[in-house]
Design a protein around this ligand. Structure first.
Ligand SMILES: NC(=O)c1ccc[n+]([C@@H]2O[C@H](COP(=O)([O-])OP(=O)(O)OC[C@H]3O[C@@H](n4cnc5c(N)ncnc54)[C@H](O)[C@@H]3O)[C@@H](O)[C@H]2O)c1
Ligand SMILES: O=c1ccn([C@@H]2O[C@H](COP(=O)(O)OP(=O)(O)O[C@H]3O[C@H](CO)[C@@H](O)[C@H](O)[C@H]3O)[C@@H](O)[C@H]2O)c(=O)[nH]1
Length: 445
């Protein structure tokens, strides 16, 4: 099937390449010329495991092209919209200007019967408003929210937990759209992926609800971490223990610096804002707490550094290991790690930052911070080492060797990702969020 993917960022580039992998004929459109040039030459403008290989394969078949010219969408049966929906500056709500601009640019090349399928995360009601905006083109609007995680984007696109279709109301149109989407995802559905077909509003809300739930689960365990800190208990053992209950589950119960990235933080805020507009603001006031618990973790990490360094970080040398909002990504949008590094620098610490992939993006955001290319440079003569993103490179560090390189062996594990016993045995003062200052009874698996 011939299709368009509009917006070739973290979501759109992966979606375009994955659709080509499924055998479709895909044109990716973006307004960013540099991004399009990079993608067209097989070089993703961001880091996502497996994407260079997927792009190479798809470009070689001739089934995938990238352009800035919307005219190349003409004649395609399906047009996916994957542009950004960031938080509005100074407000909670999502900024829909890119969605509107994409629709307006697409409108002149649409022909009756074309299907416009939203993949971006949007406030409920956007799909219906977009259908009204495109009235007169003869195109039909559906919503097919995306649930991929960065770092696992390709696997999540080709083998998602579920597909959600938000379909138009009119029965004939609904059946046609359903059949078209089933054809788009034929290979995925054949693998056993369940399809939830519903109306436009429910589909939009499924996405907001899923991210709100995930954010809540993380803030729940981080709230428990706060109580553990006060009580001298260990949140990692607590998470293991409650996670054994299948109704709770252990996934997404990793306490630490909390959630960041281009999705969860802005999506829960946009959800609250939209609920308010709909007169249902009371329903989501708990998300304000979720947000606040999350933001408190960042200040707590800074406090921990201050406490460990005798009350002040002024003039102290701190090695920050990890800047990306999560491992296997170069994304620093609303990154807790980068936020902590910036707070420490503001308080007068001499911060040396390392990340396997996210230095360039971090430097663009915070040019005033100091960045180094190797872990060894970051930790040399450091007064404290802070692990703020749980890259494998850091999990696998040898605490014995590292202890010889630092000025004093103090480590702050912002992601509860290090083997605390091994670090303590190597002479380190190990501090972590939600865990006691000294080792408790070891956990039994
Ligand atoms: N990143 C993820 O993991 C992920 C997962 C699921 C859903 N989403 C949602 O997908 C959407 C995109 O997110 P992203 O992370 O890919 O953002 P992104 O910023 O990486 O990509 C957005 C792209 O849209 C392009 N764009 C802006 N206006 C355009 C226009 N008028 N025409 C064509 N292209 C235009 C930008 O140049 C950019 O390349 C958001 O709504 C996000 O919430 C993201
Ligand atoms: O137990 C956990 C799990 C995650 N995180 C943090 O939560 C954030 C988000 O992680 P994750 O959800 O893995 O990354 P994203 O790529 O942002 O994916 C989320 O946001 C996407 C965009 O909407 C959705 O498509 C995905 O389903 C949803 O998981 C990161 O900062 C993680 O460090 C924790 O602190 N503890």
């Amino acid at each position: 099937m011939r299709m368009t993917v509009i917006g070739c960022g973290y979501l759109g580039a992966v979606h375009a390449a994955s659709m080509a992998e499924l055998g479709h004929d895909v044109v990716g459109i973006d307004v960013d010329e540099a991004k399009i040039a990079a993608l067209a030459s097989g070089l993703p403008p961001f880091f996502e495991p497996g994407l260079p290989e997927l792009l190479d394969r798809a470009l070689a078949t001739g089934r995938l092209r990238f352009t800035t010219d919307y005219a190349e969408a003409r004649g395609n049966a399906v047009h996916f919209v994957a542009v950004g929906t960031p938080q509005q500056p100074g407000a909670l709500a999502a900024d829909l200007k890119y969605v509107h601009a994409a629709a307006d640019a697409l409108a002149p090349v649409l022909t009756p019967g074309d299907l416009v399928v939203g993949k971006s995360t949007v406030p409920v009601g956007t799909a219906r408003a977009l259908a009204a905006r495109l009235e007169g083109t003869g195109a039909v609007v559906a919503w097919n929210p995306e649930f991929l995680r960065e770092g696992f984007a390709i696997e999540d696109t080709l083998h998602p937990d579920r597909l959600v279709y938000g379909l138009p109301d009119e029965p004939d149109s609904r059946d046609l759209v359903r059949a078209t989407l089933d054809e788009v995802y034929a290979a995925t559905i054949a693998d056993g992926t369940p399809v939830v077909a519903t109306d436009l509003e429910t589909a939009e809300l499924v996405k907001s609800a899923a991210n709100a739930f995930l954010a809540t689960k993380i803030s729940f365990i981080n709230a428990m971490a706060e109580v553990c800190e006060a009580a001298g208990a260990d949140v990692t053992q607590l998470a293991d223990a409650i996670g054994h209950d299948a109704r709770i589950g252990r996934r997404f119960l990793n306490a630490g610096l909390g959630f960041g990235g281009g999705c969860l933080p802005k999506d829960i805020r946009a959800f609250m804002a939209r609920a308010g507009e709909l007169g249902a603001d009371q329903a989501l006031t708990f998300l304000r707490e979720v947000d606040q618990i999350n933001m408190r973790r960042r200040s707590r990490a800074v406090d921990l550094a201050r406490e460990a360094l005798g009350g002040s970080v002024l003039g102290r040398k701190i090695a920050v290991l990890g800047l990306a909002f999560k491992p296997d990504s170069d994304d620093v949008r609303d990154s807790p790690a980068l936020n902590v590094a910036a707070q420490l620098a503001l308080q007068g610490a001499s911060v040396l930052c390392h990340d396997p992939r996210a230095i360039e993006n971090s430097r663009r955001r915070f040019p005033e911070l100091s960045y180094v290319a190797t872990i060894a440079e970051a930790v040399r003569d450091a007064d404290a080492v802070m692990v703020l993103t749980e890259w494998n490179d850091y999990r696998e560090l040898d605490p014995v060797l590292l202890a010889e390189q630092v000025a004093q062996p103090i480590v702050i594990d912002g992601r509860n990702c290090l083997d605390s016993a091994a670090w303590r045995a190597a002479g380190w003062r190990y501090r972590a969020l939600g865990r006691p200052r000294e080792a408790l009874v070891p956990a039994f698996a």
